[in-house]
Design a protein around this ligand. Structure first.
Ligand code: URP
Ligand code: ZN
Ligand code: ZN
Length: 450
């Protein structure tokens, strides 16, 4: 592995953009600073005019998961390849707790699924059932670097939901181990009461998807989660927050962290009227312009902490037009386009790039125990870098996508794809993907004692 000196780049850190040189050796950052001396036998790469971000971390992906009897269309290999194309160097996916399985078995099975992964990866453990035996396994998982556990306040019919008392019980144990409790926060009772109306009216139209999972379902679940965070002291992380009112319900409460996704920042419920409207069925549903604006404000003011993609793509044939909206598999892709599309928005609107870097790299690394190995470019960090020419904004880029899916919901947006993406000192992307063999590895999360 050769040493490389990246000269004159603009390094994007949470507090600003700095003209610095970056010396990489043995897969790690060796030095970062102004006018670094050029060591002997080093490859020098001139990065003048280029932005250098720490590798993007996507804390919310679902590679090849079963939903409504089919699997999301990207497996670990194809999805992580797409990820790398879009600047993502680490993903955090979820275990799947199959019937009769223990937590350890679910971790082993998922690590097996992830054997061929182009990015580095870590795992959150799904807690879709609760029992003393399962909770007793938590310390063992923490030892192995699984430090975040995910619960659902909905998807009762799929057997994934915990009630609030069960979540409270889990939170008490997770707090004792300094773990993060992740929550898909939509109140199922609320959704069921509204859904009855749609079921009676026999409407099949996809526009009903939004009305059938209203904002108030999110508000109710988020409010309950704030209560649980306060009562137990457990760090709570709400995934894919979709609404202004959901954001207001949290109101910056200490110990509660919020993630939103590109789809909730950039898309709204008028997409359901498009011919491909069914492809935008995801939960929570896409909301109104007002919600987009509030989420942007949250991101820029720091009350929204991270951006994850909830990458769960489907092909056009997986969501056929004939089926009623209730039977459409929920989920959208976006890992390949999230960073390029959001970066283009930040550049066009002259927004502080440090906020994007923090939300898509340093903060997820900190929250899930990957920092300082990931999420920054200081000495000792893994040399995961994303190098972008801010002048190379493109309106047409569809034909460059490599994800295994035949549909993407962000094609109308301008994008700034990286020129180069490096993982632990290896160049994986140079204009196009140049690496054919996946070299991603499992990165254990380490939170330290609470
Ligand atoms: O509809 C969605 N978001 N599908 C993926 C699974 C989840 O709920 O995050
Ligand atoms: Zn979810
Ligand atoms: Zn998800």
């Amino acid at each position: 592995m050769t040493s490389v000196l990246f000269k004159n780049g603009k390094v994007v850190k949470p507090d600003g953009v700095y003209r610095e040189d970056l010396l990489v050796s043995g897969g790690k950052v060796e030095a970062l600073g102004v006018h670094l001396p050029v060591p002997k036998e080093v490859e020098v790469r001139d990065c003048s005019g280029r932005l250098i971000f720490p590798g993007i971390i996507d804390p919310h992906t679902h590679m090849g998961i079963p939903i409504k009897k089919i699997r999301s269309a990207d497996n670990f290999e194809s999805g992580s390849r797409a990820a790398v194309h879009g600047g993502v160097t680490t993903i955090i996916d979820f275990t799947i707790l199959a019937e009769g399985q223990g937590l350890q078995e679910s971790v082993n099975a998922r690590r097996d699924d992830a054997k061929r992964c182009f990015t580095d990866y870590s795992l959150h453990a799904n807690l879709t059932r609760i029992s003393k035996e399962l909770l007793d396994e938590i310390p063992q998982l923490v030892q192995q670097g699984i430090v975040s556990f995910k619960v659902f306040t909905t998807y009762r019919e799929a057997g994934m939901m915990l009630n609030y008392n069960e979540i409270l019980q889990a939170a008490e144990i997770l707090a004792a181990h300094n773990c993060t409790l992740m929550v898909h926060a939509e109140d199922d009772d609320f959704i069921q009461s509204v859904s009855q109306v749609f079921n009676r009216s026999k409407t099949r139209s996809v526009t009903a998807h939004g009305f059938s999972r209203p904002v108030m379902a999110e508000v109710k679940a988020v409010t309950e989660m704030c209560r649980i965070a306060e009562k137990t002291g457990c760090r709570v992380y709400i995934v894919h927050l979709s609404s202004e009112q959901g954001l207001m319900a949290v109101n910056g409460k200490a110990g509660v962290f919020l993630e939103t996704c590109p789809q909730y920042l950039l898309l709204e419920n008028n997409v359901f009227q498009r011919p491909d409207g069914r492809m935008f069925v995801t939960s929570p549903p896409l909301r109104r312009t007002q919600d987009n604006h509030a989420l942007w404000q949250g991101l820029l003011s720091g009350t929204i902490h991270t951006i994850g993609t909830d990458h769960c793509p489907f092909n056009l044939s997986d969501k056929p037009e004939q089926i009623p909206f209730q039977e459409i598999p929920n989920g959208m892709g976006g890992i390949e386009t999230a960073f390029p599309v959001l970066l283009a928005q930040f550049i066009r609107q002259n927004l502080p790039l440090g906020i994007l870097s923090a939300a898509m790299s340093e903060t997820p690394a900190r929250l899930f125990g990957l920092y300082p190995r990931k999420g920054n470019l200081g000495p000792g960090a893994d040399a995961d870098l994303v190098i972008v020419n801010p002048e190379s904004l493109r309106m047409r880029w569809t034909d460059t996508l490599v994800s295994a899916t035949d549909w993407n919901g962000f094609l109308e947006f301008p994008a700034l794809f990286p020129d180069e993406v490096w993982l632990r000192g290896e160049c994986l992307v140079s204009e196009t993907i140049i690496s054919n063999e996946p070299s991603g590895m499992f990165i254990p999360g380490r939170m330290g004692k609470s």
